[in-house]
Ligand binder design. Structure first.
Ligand code: ATP
Ligand code: MG
Length: 274
């Protein structure tokens, strides 16, 4: 693991974020991978999509905002003792490289009490965290933020710092349960920052074409959400679940597996949305 040098003169970043200095350095796409439901494939999608983007030559940062730190340990990195968001140093000092060229991680921390305290304290506290995160996320081609399974302060901070939301939905009974609340939070953040956050799409995960339930859920989700559902579905594939225990993405662990192919195709669809 190596520390990444400063990626930009951070004094320029506030101007860049307000659209004043796009000619100097563009702000890339920041995808918040969120769904309040647990175990739907957020971490798996954030990690493998990040790996696919990096393999495609995009400078990509995977940001672990979940205290479970699965995205961090899934690439063999070590969770931070204190959350990078509450350190006074620039986020770039906490970023580590991975074995994949172009792929870097901002490790998560199991201790998020400080972050939640600041976010809950006041609107100014929450804005401070959002600014800190936004500064750290500028100057990358792609940032993918892995959120915890909740719509608490961490997810709100992630949404407020992102340009897009990507929502994995697991092909199972109750797939849509609880989504209304999540969508209301997304709508709130969109209204607070008109023109900044958009909904890039829904990705169906753990798809099993042999199960009737899978096709029922797929039909229901596509009928309900229409075009924002990605064409690519992620199949249930044991290689996908094994890859993190080898500290690898599925693209590196089993490049010919259906899971690796699906995440490569999803990557192409995401890039086509640019
Ligand atoms: N396509 C897949 N095929 C097989 N197993 C998968 C697939 N996607 C995810 N899994 C497995 O499902 C479990 C949940 O996935 P993951 O951790 O990505 O979900 P999550 O939404 O991030 O969970 P949490 O809400 O706890 O953060 C993991 O054990 C993972 O290995
Ligand atoms: Mg997760």
């Amino acid at each position: 693991m190596t520390i990444v040098p400063e990626v930009a003169d951070i004094t320029m970043v506030p101007e860049m974020l307000s659209g004043q200095a796009g000619r100097i350095l563009r702000v890339g796409r920041i995808l918040c991978v969120a769904n309040q439901k647990g175990g739907v494939g957020k971490t798996t999608t954030a990690s493998n999509l990040a790996a696919a983007l990096a393999h495609g030559g995009m400078r990509t940062l995977l940001v672990d905002l979940d205290p479970q730190c699965n995205a961090t340990t899934g690439f063999g990195a070590t969770p931070a003792a204190m959350h990078p968001l509450v350190l006074e140093t620039p986020l770039s000092e906490s970023i580590v490289a991975t074995a994949i060229a172009n792929l870097f991680i901002l490790p998560g921390s199991r201790s998020v009490r400080d972050v939640e305290r600041i976010a809950a304290q006041s609107r100014a506290g929450a804005a401070l965290l959002e600014n800190h995160l936004s500064l750290g996320l500028a100057a990358w081609d792609y940032c993918l933020i892995d959120c915890p399974p909740s719509i608490g302060d961490l997810t709100r901070t992630a949404l407020a710092s992102s340009t897009e939301v990507l929502m994995p939905i697991q092909c199972e009974y109750f797939a849509l349960e609880g989504l209304t609340q999540m969508i209301e939070v997304i709508r709130d953040v969109m209204q607070e920052r008109p023109g900044r956050l958009s909904f890039s799409g829904i990705v169906l995960t753990m798809h099993d074409a042999t199960l009737e339930l899978t096709s029922e859920v797929e039909t229901e989700v596509r009928d309900f959400f229409g075009e924002i559902v990605f064409e690519t579905v992620i199949p249930r594939d044991v290689a996908v679940s094994e890859a993190p225990s080898h500290a690898q993405s599925v693209l590196d662990y089993a490049p010919r597996s259906p899971g690796a192919r699906a995440y490569t195709e999803l990557c192409m669809e995401v890039r086509d949305c640019e």
